[in-house]
Design a protein around this ligand. Sequence first.
Ligand code: 1HE
Length: 263
Amino acid sequence: MTGTLAASPGLLRTELKGPVLHIRLDRPAKRNAINDPLVAALHTAFVNLPAEARAVVLSGEGEHFCAGLDLSELQERDIPEAIVHSRSWHAAFDAIQFGRVPVIAVLHGAVVGGGLEIAAAAHIRVAERSAYYGLPEGTRGIFVGGGGSARIPRLIGTARMTDMMLTGRVYDAHEGHAIGISHYLVQPGEGLAQALALAERIAANAPLSNFAVMHALPRIADMAQDEGLFVESLMAAIASGDEAAKLRVRAFLEGRAAKVKKT
Ligand code: 1HE
């Protein structure tokens, strides 16, 4: 599957490279600002991942990853419509975070507002040194509505997010890396290659193990310790009972699998 999704011309481009599906936000003229059709296209893409895909790389076309909500759509909505709109973002970004396979986001240029919200829904973030992070909602008289209030504090803490929203503070790529937004920081232009390499590595893991990491870890983090440990025991038993786990452990014990190496 290569090319533009039939349902989303000019919004998303998708390309399957072996086990890795590359999904690109493709509204560079509008800095990949997210309008209603783009939210719908993202949702559709993430709930209909091709069976061959074992990891996804999400990037933005042009000079910026994503300028957030398309502000030109904002003026028209009344309050009930705005709630439904926000819930449509939740559904789309939940499909990213709690979908079938891990998602690696490549961040460059502006990663602002809803752009930071979508980045926060990914499992791994690779930032190029051009990336910068802001939450201009506060200065635009609005609030986050794409899951940011739940996901961003889990990355950088409520206090930092409060400062970003109240003061319009913008973090550069180095600062964003230091406070925990990105996992990897690379030179401009190197983000996609790095993300694809990580995606290949992730795609080589046992699918059930990846699924457990994506689905169990964030939920256990939200549980009381006793409940979390019980869920962990169930997840561990399910993962280790899988044939893929047995094969991999046997391969190590028979000297056929890689050792853990210092990098
Ligand atoms: C847009 C948008 C947008 C660009 N909605 N049209 N997000 C923001 O408050 C960020 C607003 N955008 C910016 O601050 C800048 O555009 C950027 C820093 C991202 C990029 O600057 P630059 O100089 O490269 O581009 P530009 O000239 O500002 O924009 C190019 C075009 O994209 C221009 O349209 P044109 O028809 O005049 O060419 C811009 O109007 C358009 N554009 N960003 C609509 N965001 C679910 S709640 C989430 C809440 C939020 O995300 S709030 C944050 C909104």
